[in-house]
Design a protein around this ligand. Structure first.
Ligand code: CA2
Length: 149
């Protein structure tokens, strides 16, 4: 049976492609989902793709991932910099976690330089645009093929 990987997106990412293209590019959330599905198909795993503006909903998905997912790829958006609750939920997940940021957060305001999620993430990608999701999923695909996820 194909393994399942959760791709989770935090607040305001539903606006992707609709505002601030100079920071976040022109692709929409639907475009990113399609890219993720294409990458998953290449590597033979399934994805569950979610976006929410509500912290509790993201936490519920991480809890669900504990039961069914081999890995989590996550852009926590602004919750990256604020949410101990999301860190705690991720700490209860056993598989690999990859944190993705579309923009290079280290080139931006100082408050974006700290990530609670990075305390748990096995890898972090920032500044590669939406391609960062594909790079993270490729890594997951390789780990799955090697029996390491
Ligand atoms: O670079 C990233 O992917 C971020 O996670 C995006 C978050 C930001 O708070 C993080 O510091 C870095 C913001 C997501 C909001 O996305 C929008 C997209 C288009 C228009 C407005 C917001």
């Amino acid at each position: 049976m194909p393994k399942t990987v959760f791709v989770l997106n935090g607040p305001n990412l539903n606006l992707l492609g609709k505002r601030q293209p100079e920071i976040y590019g022109h692709e929409t959330m639907a475009d990113v989902e399609a890219m993720c599905r294409e990458t998953a198909a290449e590597f033979g795993f399934e994805i569950r793709y979610h976006q929410s503006n509500a912290e509790h909903e993201i936490i519920e998905w991480i809890h669900e991932a504990r039961e069914v997912a081999a890995a989590i790829v996550m852009n926590p958006a602004a919750y990256t910099h604020t949410s101990v609750a999301i860190l705690d939920a991720l700490n209860a997940f056993d598989g690999p976690v990859f944190e993705v940021h579309i923009s290079n957060v280290h080139k931006r305001e100082a408050f974006r330089h700290h990530s609670y999620v990075s305390l748990r993430a096995d890898g972090v990608i920032a500044g590669f645009g939406t391609e960062g999701y594909v790079l993270a999923l490729r890594k997951v695909g390789k780990l799955l093929a090697a029996g390491k996820a």
